[in-house]
Ligand binder design. Structure first.
Ligand SMILES: [Cu+2]
Length: 230
């Protein structure tokens, strides 16, 4: 009986530790940042005719370099808290090659592994223009549904495909685990940020960088408006 009790206590301790490990550091008493990224200029969308793998790619490629939605909302901007300490997110990053596009166009991740998917089921060839991390130039045949790659150093990495010249994406490897990517309306939400005063860094592939001061308070949501300029 006593032996069973010891085993039970030990198991409970292990389960408790595992549960604890999955909570980001700021989960208790953290605050939320709601960033609103805007751009007053015109969208930049390039189009070109496609005559290869048209069954999967379609006949026209659309390269969305500056996506502006309703109320000047700017999509695909990476918003990150600099200096906040805490555990990394547990969701594994992934980017898909779908319709001969990288989906999402911009993916942000902590240093580590990313799954590169090929849901098109045709030959793609991922090519990264990284400098801090080693560059990848690798064929992904049609039968290879997922390739896992590692990016250990923070960097904004341009990604192309050597088979389909128009394919363009970005992998943002972030030094802090507190980041988000703006959606079609320009909104990015960062949760569970430990209270404190920080710099909020915003990056966009075409419009460059901006920084704003932000103060996060426990249990509160702070709204930050960022207007990107050319
Ligand atoms: Cu491709």
């Amino acid at each position: 009986m006593r032996k069973m009790l010891v085993v039970f206590v030990a198991l409970t301790a292990i389960a408790g530790a595992a549960l604890f490990a999955y909570h980001p550091a700021g989960a208790q008493g953290g605050g939320t940042i709601e960033a609103s990224v805007t751009y007053a200029g015109a969208p930049v969308v390039e189009k070109l005719k496609v005559n290869k793998d048209t069954q999967q790619c379609g006949t026209e490629a659309v390269i969305e370099k500056v996506l502006v939605g309703a109320n000047k909302g700017l999509a695909n901007a990476v918003v990150a808290v600099t200096g906040a300490k805490g555990a990394a997110k547990v969701v594994k990053a992934e980017i898909d090659q779908h319709g001969c596009k990288f989906v999402p166009h911009v993916v942000a991740m902590p240093p580590g592994a990313i799954d590169i998917k090929n849901s098109d089921g045709i030959l793609h060839n991922i090519h990264t223009y990284s400098t801090a991390n080693s560059s990848i130039n690798k064929a992904q045949p049609k039968f290879k549904k997922v390739m896992t790659e590692k990016f250990d150093k923070p960097e904004f990495i341009k990604v192309t495909c050597d088979v389909h010249s128009w394919m363009l994406g970005w992998i943002a490897v972030m030094p802090s685990p507190f980041f988000g990517v703006s959606d079609a309306s320009g909104a990015a939400r960062i949760e569970n940020v430990p209270p404190g005063k920080y710099k909020l860094d915003v990056w966009h592939e075409t419009l460059g960088k901006q920084t704003k001061d932000v103060e996060v308070k426990a249990g509160q949501t702070v709204k930050v408006a960022i207007e990107m300029k050319k």
